[in-house]
Design a protein around this ligand. Structure first.
Ligand SMILES: Cc1cc2nc3c(=O)[nH]c(=O)nc-3n(C[C@H](O)[C@H](O)[C@H](O)COP(=O)(O)OP(=O)(O)OC[C@H]3O[C@@H](n4cnc5c(N)ncnc54)[C@H](O)[C@@H]3O)c2cc1C
Length: 410
């Protein structure tokens, strides 16, 4: 069949490769090229156990205090607040224990085997060199901070994840005495250069005969509530099936398709220290700052925090300044050649559950977006699931929590 995949981030590239492996004629469209969106700048963690959403119980009370504290990892562009309110009202309603359990069960099925899924996606390609097995660590500056996170650790344990609790002072010499406690999660992984990894996968897709076309999807054509084609900057296009994997830019087209999911960008930031004098042994989530320090090829990346401010405005200074302060505090003696600053958009549905599946009863078009903080982790498997659905093979996972049609009803 002829299949168009829109969006060449980790999710779209994985969809394209698995569909190609199933023998389809696949065209991958992106307005700026592979890994030009969020998949370029993330923290590179294959976070198998990241099964706790941002919206945990008590978030509605915590969030306003965090917004007023310059040393808290939550930011808002205040001018964006009026546009944000309808989303926020829905988002905060998911901060319940029942939703955390539902999310953990659903996402565990998508994320638990992430390293294996990435190894299969990249098998026999140059992209495989970017993948490694790694622990994913969480560093707490004080015992009180660690205790305050007890809820998340109980939930991870209940979901079947294993971890060890270490004395922070002796865990990794890179951090000296900065941490009181470090929790090391096993069977996780790391991508040593997320942008180069996705670009290498896209190159493999092209080398195997796939078409990569740089153009923008501007609109869709519909008849009887079912998509019939795309309007693009290269003209109209048609296919037997169309997969939408436009990450944070998915909302408008999804809504036109009838997938009316409440959806926002959770903006995130990174600082990259080039040729640093210090390199941690594994990715370290700095718990108080909600950012990860990840060793990468020739550089140390500090990536994370959340800012609400929409898709259209450029980066803000306070999140960068926050990251600079945090890194200086943790690694006061680190030297480096220079710093690269980056801001990107996490694609976030209000219930934090990605949309994976058919948008209409005939399966003419598919959604594959909304992976918020864990799109690198879940992207490889999502591509495989989409290829299975289009190929009428039943994926070995409960897809009901990700069903685009059911999402719209929430
Ligand atoms: C600071 C930060 C740290 C993160 N750390 C991690 C991590 O450690 N582990 C993890 O698993 N996840 C992490 N994430 C989340 C992860 O990066 C995202 O969930 C993931 O990259 C989303 O991938 P995607 O393919 O859905 O979207 P994207 O990578 O954004 O790709 C979407 C593509 O669609 C294209 N596009 C959009 N609109 C159109 C259009 N109209 N026409 C044509 N093309 C279009 C864009 O150009 C883009 O290339 C992090 C995110 C941030 C911001």
């Amino acid at each position: 069949m002829k299949i168009i995949v829109v969006g060449a981030g980790i999710v779209g590239v994985s969809c394209a490769i698995w569909l190609q492996r199933d023998g389809h004629d696949v065209t991958l469209l992106d307005r700026n090229g592979p890994a030009s969106g969020t998949s370029h700048g993330n923290a590179g963690v294959l976070a198998a156990g990241a099964v706790i959403p941002v919206t945990t119980p008590g978030i509605a009370a915590r969030a306003p205090k965090m917004l007023l504290d310059r040393n808290a990892p939550l930011f808002l562009r205040w001018s964006y607040l009026p546009k944000l309110v309808p989303f926020l009202a829905k988002y905060l309603r998911f901060g319940t224990d029942a939703h955390v359990d539902h999310y953990a069960t659903s996402m565990s099925a998508l994320l638990h085997d992430t390293v294996d899924q990435h190894q299969r996606l990249a098998e026999n390609t140059p992209a495989a060199a970017y993948i490694s097995d790694d622990d994913y660590c969480f560093g707490y500056a004080t015992e009180a901070e660690f205790r305050a996170d007890a809820y998340s650790w109980q939930k991870r344990k209940a979901a079947g994840y294993t971890f060890d609790v270490h004395d922070g002072a002796s865990f990794d010499p890179a951090f000296g005495p900065a941490f009181h406690t470090v929790v090391a999660c096993h069977n996780h992984g790391r991508i040593s250069d997320p942008g180069a990894y996705v670009a290498a996968l896209a190159k493999h897709f092209v080398d195997q005969g796939g078409t990569l076309q740089l153009c923008e999807v501007q609109d869709i054509q519909m008849a009887d509530n079912i998509i019939t084609g795309l309007d693009t900057s290269d003209g109209p296009m048609q296919a037997d099936h169309i997969v939408f994997a436009m990450g944070p830019w998915s909302k408008n087209i999804a809504h036109k398709l009838g997938v009316k999911v409440p959806f926002e960008s959770e903006r995130g930031y990174h600082l990259e220290f080039i040729n640093p004098s210090v390199m941690p042994k594994s990715p370290m989530m700095v718990a108080s700052g909600k950012f990860v320090l990840t060793p990468m090829d020739g550089r140390l990346r500090a990536a994370g925090v959340v800012e609400f401010g929409g898709l259209d405005s450029g980066p803000s200074r306070p999140p960068f300044e926050f990251l600079y302060r945090q890194v200086r505090k943790l690694l006061p003696d680190m030297t480096y050649d220079n710093v690269v600053e980056w801001m990107g958009h996490r694609p976030a549905p209000a219930d934090s559950l990605p949309l994976i599946g058919a948008n209409d009863p005939l399966g003419k078009s598919y959604s594959a977006f909304g992976h918020q903080h864990v799109g690198l982790t879940g992207g490889a498997k999502t591509g495989r699931i989409i290829a299975d659905l289009i190929g009428d093979k039943k994926p070995n996972i409960d897809l009901a929590p990700f069903d685009p049609i059911k999402h719209s009803a929430r």
